[in-house]
Design a protein around this ligand. Structure first.
Ligand code: NAG
Ligand code: NAG
Ligand code: NAG
Ligand code: NAG
Ligand code: NAG
Ligand code: NAG
Length: 455
């Protein structure tokens, strides 16, 4: 029987097991809040299938079974903590706690020249972990990442009022870097009250508001600027630019208490919901259904930040909050109906790996990149987007009861490896770089230069 979208959840009920695996998640533990249940199930499948990699090493906190994962591994930590906050539990707390790395260790894991946006995701997640759980190491690393990006990546010539370059090549200024570090800096100022951070945040603010980053007619956020004339480059594709800026405006509102920034965040949110879903309200990335491994994460990052806006709205603005909740619920129902694979046995779903079989038994439910469906294949990037969506849609006041609220399986610690350990998948050249004694696996078809860079 084919269920209509609206009665889908009633029609299938909530399974206590998925495929042939008994889930450590039940509907009861969240007092029948189904969005929290699906977040739990999606997170369990994410961890069972892709964490840690059979070749876990590289000082990275996790490697997703060969999937391009450095920035994504930073970005996925934030919904882990958000899930704890929104559903009041401590599941996978060890993964969160063990993710702490110093600036040096991160540079070593993704040397020799990580782009500033890639490092920014760790900054945002670490600041969020500190905000929720405390832990000075997390806050220190987040501050170090922010200051390192400022020292290494900010345009000190002051052309276009500065701005962060994309990477060491200094030939592009992408919006994502600037909105990430805007959000991070404002949050760090709120958490640490260090006025030198606030001065930098105000310069980033000036850069953003003087370079046509937001189109004030459509409220869409542009992907980057022309560096020679300081104007919008006209590319309005990726949804995470607006998403991360919404989160940045929420933080800046908390610092300044100026309602203008919250109103602007609402306008940007509504512009994205309208243009990215054509009234159906099912969010669609500009590149769906053929997004690359970066873009498969974007919609999740947008809804994550939409939730931060919902959390910051004044309590009398229930109309706005309800309309965003409805949008999230619509997308939840859509991906359950159109975009999920949950067969018995789960091995019948097309779940993909690059470094061989996972450490744990394969589990579901798994989701593919396009929230409009149909299901095509499971991989960790799109699973994280689905997880972000479920987490962001959990109703306020949800709590967890029972032993499963502290479910926290152990994982083997990652090993420091070298190219001598032959860690790279078939067809990918191993590339050692200095000044760190570490390596990276080049993409298929790339070669390693003497400087330790894949080209
Ligand atoms: C759960 O909620 C209680 C009551 O608000 C709070 O004291 C506790 O810290 C919360 N636990 C988690 C893990 O969020
Ligand atoms: C800025 O320069 C780009 C090319 O570098 C050009 O296409 C664009 O029209 C210019 N914009 C303005 C506002 O001058
Ligand atoms: C919305 O509709 C327009 C016009 O048909 C189309 O070009 C665009 O790709 C659609 N966008 C989405 C997100 O489906
Ligand atoms: C909420 O309350 C504030 C302060 O009293 C008021 O300025 C604002 O217009 C109210 N907003 C709504 C949506 O009612
Ligand atoms: C994997 O599944 C097999 C067969 O169902 C079971 O015996 C085994 O304990 C499971 N392994 C883990 C790590 O859960
Ligand atoms: C499984 O997904 C991969 C990655 O998209 C694809 O190349 C492959 O054709 C799919 N296999 C099946 C049986 O659909």
């Amino acid at each position: 029987m084919k269920c209509s979208v609206l009665i889908f959840v009633l029609c299938t009920g909530i399974p206590a097991s998925v495929g042939n695996v008994k889930l450590p998640c039940t509907e009861d533990m969240f007092h029948s809040n189904t969005n929290a249940y699906w977040a739990c199930a999606a997170q369990f499948a994410l961890q069972s299938n892709w964490f840690p990699s059979p070749i876990a090493g590289l000082f990275s906190y996790q490697i997703w079974n060969g999937f391009d994962g450095f920035w994504q591994n930073g970005a996925v930590l934030e919904p882990f903590v958000n899930f704890m906050v929104y559903a009041n539990h401590t599941r996978y707390n060890t993964v969160v706690q063990k993710s702490q790395r110093s600036l040096y260790q991160l540079l070593e894991a993704y040397g020799p020249y990580p782009s500033f946006d890639d490092m920014g995701w760790y900054g945002l997640s670490y600041a969020r972990i500190y905000e929720v759980q405390g832990g000075d190491d997390f806050l220190d690393s987040a501050v170090d990442i922010f200051n390192w990006a400022w020292e290494t990546g900010w345009d000190k010539s002051n052309k276009c009022n500065g701005g962060f370059f994309f990477d060491n090549l200094q030939n592009a200024k992408q919006t994502i870097t600037n909105v990430e570090l805007f959000q991070l800096g404002a949050k760090l100022y709120r958490l640490r009250k260090d006025s030198t951070i606030l001065e930098k945040v105000q310069q980033i603010h000036k850069y953003i508001f003087s370079n046509e980053i937001v189109d004030m007619k459509t409220h869409l956020v542009v992907d980057g600027i022309f560096m020679d004339n300081c104007s919008s480059n006209g590319v309005y594709g990726p949804s995470y630019n607006g998403g991360v800026f919404i989160g940045g405006l929420v933080e800046y509102y908390k610092v300044t208490e100026d309602i203008y920034y919250l109103e602007l965040a609402k306008q940007i949110a509504e512009a994205i919901i309208e243009t990215k879903s054509n009234n159906s309200q099912i969010l669609t990335e500009y590149c769906d259904p053929n997004c690359n491994e970066d873009a498969m994460m974007f919609k999740g990052i947008f809804v994550r930040n939409l939730r931060y806006l919902m959390d910051a709205l004044p309590s009398n603005d229930t109309a706005t909050r309800n309309s965003y909740q409805k949008c999230l619920d619509t997308n939840v129902i859509a991906i359950l109906e159109l975009n999920m694979c949950n067969l018995n046995p789960i091995s019948k779903c097309n779940i993909t790996f690059q470094d061989g079989p996972p450490y744990y038994n394969v589990s579901g439910p798994v989701f593919s990149p396009n929230w409009n469906g149909p299901f095509t294949f499971g991989a960790p990037m799109q699973q994280t987007s689905a997880f972000d969506l479920f987490v962001s849609s959990i109703y306020p006041g949800t709590t967890c009861v029972g032993d499963l609220c502290s479910y926290d399986p152990s994982y083997p610690a990652p090993q420091p490896l070298t190219c001598g350990s032959h860690p790279c998948p078939k067809g990918e050249e191993c590339c050692e770089y200095s000044p760190y004694t570490s390596y990276t696996c080049c993409a298929k078809g790339q070669k390693c230069t003497k400087q330790g860079i894949c080209v």
